[in-house]
Each structure stands twice: as structure tokens, then as C-alpha cells.
Design a protein around this ligand. Structure first.
Ligand code: GUN
Length: 293
């Protein structure tokens, strides 16, 4: 079987068009969704993410402001900026780009963002709401995965979803989202991680396999069953002399051989990647609506 490609670029375009219309409607009521981004340091991947967030905001007509601080900026300064954004109605969403330098406590920073403006969905209050099935901003990458499944006709309801990876940003919230008794979810979820003696024992049972372990090409063809749906969350930078940038991107899935067995598969790049920023825009628009109710 040669898998159908699920294009994150196409799905992201579709959702951004919907958001652009929503923003235009909100502006008629004098509501302008706004995103405040804080970037500390000069990590190249973080700079690239922050740039695409700013572009995304402009594309759908939202307000956006990025504060860039040097890598040695004190924690106090970051907290002060967040405090300002928490109290400024221009911002319906606040995002502090991770990772942060070691001298800054990620937990302290995340906990300082007003939960109503936490468009990453990382604040403990929102993590708790997610687990309880209460309305809350869904973390962007897992929410993007859910949208890719639903919009490609792969409703996870009743399916066995195997999530490889247990990070706070992807694996854990994705499992929490897909196990909810809700539309676009209602799956039977297994979370596999490095503690498993034999990962392939689990991955072979997946109707839907999500690779989010951050290890390049770790999911090989012998680990998947015929006809499975494969979503690759991995974004690994592999040194490549032939590229101008000096690297190429590779997912967590050994794409070509796995695509021979799968029914659907996402590419890297162009799969989950474009969805993350799109769902951030979605959360910012939704936060603007909630804050203005
Ligand atoms: N760094 C990598 N992914 C993310 C994300 O989803 N949110 C934030 N704030 N930082 C990140």
C-alpha cells in the first residue's frame, strides 16, 4: 500500500482562512486578537519559530508584538514583561518561547502567565482542565495532530492510538486530548516511552501511530502494521553539507519504507510543523473571544 500524504500545509491554509474570516468579524466589534511573544537568547530554531508566529499573525490580521531579550537577561525582567502583558488588553495571548536559558525557571515563567492568556496551554491550571475535560486552550502541537486526523477523514473514535513519547508539550497532552469522550477524540490511547522493553510490540497494534519521541527515523517499517495512519511529530536537524543551511530536517519516522505500509502519513517538513503555529493563532483568537465576553 502506498500511503496518502496528509499535507499539514494544506490543512493549515484551510484553518488560517477560517481564522482570517473570524478576525475580520471580531474587528467589526472592535475586538482585535493580539499575541505577545517573548524570546530570550538566540537559538536558531527558536528564532525561526518566533518569526513564523509573527508572520502568521500578520497573515490573518491579528496584532503581534515580539520582545527579544539577550540570553543573559535576568528572570525578573521576563516576569516583568509577562506582568505587563497580563495586564494589557492589547494581548489576548502570551507565549514565552522555549527552551529558556538555564538560569530562568520554566515552571515559574509558565505559572506567571495569566491562564486566560496562556495560548500554549502549558499553565498548570490549563493542564488540569485538559485532564478533567473542561474547556481550555489545547496545547498547539497536539491540537494540530487532532485537526490533521479529523480533517483527513481519520476520526480517532474507537481506534487504537499509540503515542510514542511522553513529553509535556506533545505526548502527555495528546493522550489527554484523544482519550476525551468528545468529537474528534474518543480513542483508546496507549502511551509508549523509553521504559518499554519492546516498543514495536505496541506500535504494531496501532490503528493510528503518533511518533513524538524526538529521535530521527526511529519508527521503521517493521514496527508498523499494514494500513496504519502515521503522524510524524519529529523535527530533527540532521547535519547535511549539501544544504546551504548545513542541515536537513528529518522526522521520527523512516518515511519511505513506512509509507509503503501505511494508509496515511504526514511528511517532514510540511506535516505537523505548519499546524503548530496555526493552532497558536486559533488559541489567540479564541482567547480574545473569551476575554471579551
Ligand atoms: N518550543 C518548542 N515548541 C514550543 C511550543 O509549542 N511553545 C513554546 N512556548 N515554546 C516551544
Amino acid at each position: 500500500m502506498a500511503a496518502k500524504i496528509i499535507s499539514g500545509r494544506d490543512v493549515a491554509k484551510e484553518i488560517r482562512a477560517e481564522l482570517k474570516e473570524k478576525v475580520a468579524e471580531l474587528k467589526k466589534k472592535d475586538i482585535v486578537p493580539g499575541l505577545g511573544v517573548v524570546l530570550v537568547g538566540e537559538d536558531p530554531a527558536s528564532i525561526s519559530y518566533v518569526t513564523s508566529k509573527a508572520k502568521g499573525c500578520q497573515e490573518i490580521g491579528m496584532y503581534e508584538e515580539t520582545i527579544r531579550l539577550p540570553a543573559d537577561a535576568p528572570e525578573e525582567e521576563v516576569l516583568k514583561i509577562i506582568d505587563g502583558m497580563n495586564n494589557d488588553p492589547k494581548f489576548s495571548g502570551i507565549l514565552v518561547q522555549l527552551p529558556l536559558p538555564d538560569h530562568i525557571s520554566v515552571d515559574k515563567i509558565i505559572g506567571y502567565i495569566s491562564p486566560e492568556k496562556d495560548v500554549d496551554g502549558f499553565h498548570p491550571v490549563n493542564v488540569g482542565k485538559l485532564l478533567r475535560g473542561e474547556p481550555c486552550p489545547l496545547p498547539c502541537t497536539p491540537h494540530g495532530v487532532q485537526q490533521l486526523l479529523s480533517r483527513s477523514g481519520n476520526d480517532p473514535s474507537g481506534k487504537h492510538v499509540v503515542v510514542c513519547g511522553r513529553s509535556n508539550i506533545v505526548g502527555k497532552p495528546l493522550a489527554a486530548i484523544l482519550m476525551q469522550k468528545k468529537e474528534g477524540a474518543n480513542a483508546v490511547v496507549t502511551v509508549v516511552h523509553t521504559g518499554a522493553k519492546d516498543i514495536s510490540y505496541f506500535t504494531k497494534q496501532a490503528d493510528i501511530l503518533i511518533a513524538a519521541m524526538g529521535r530521527p527515523q526511529a519508527i521503521t517499517a517493521d514496527m508498523v502494521k499494514e494500513g496504519t495512519v502515521v503522524i510524524d511529530v519529529g523535527v530533527n536537524r540532521i547535519p547535511d553539507e549539501s544544504k546551504k543551511s548545513g542541515f536537513r530536517l528529518a522526522g521520527d519516522v523512516d518515511f519511505e519504507p513506512v509509507a509503503e505500509k501505511a494508509s496515511f502519513i504526514t511528511p517532514v517538513p510540511g506535516g505537523v510543523g505548519p499546524m503548530t503555529v496555526t493552532m497558536l493563532l486559533y488559541n489567540t483568537v479564541e482567547a480574545a473571544i473569551t476575554l471579551n465576553q
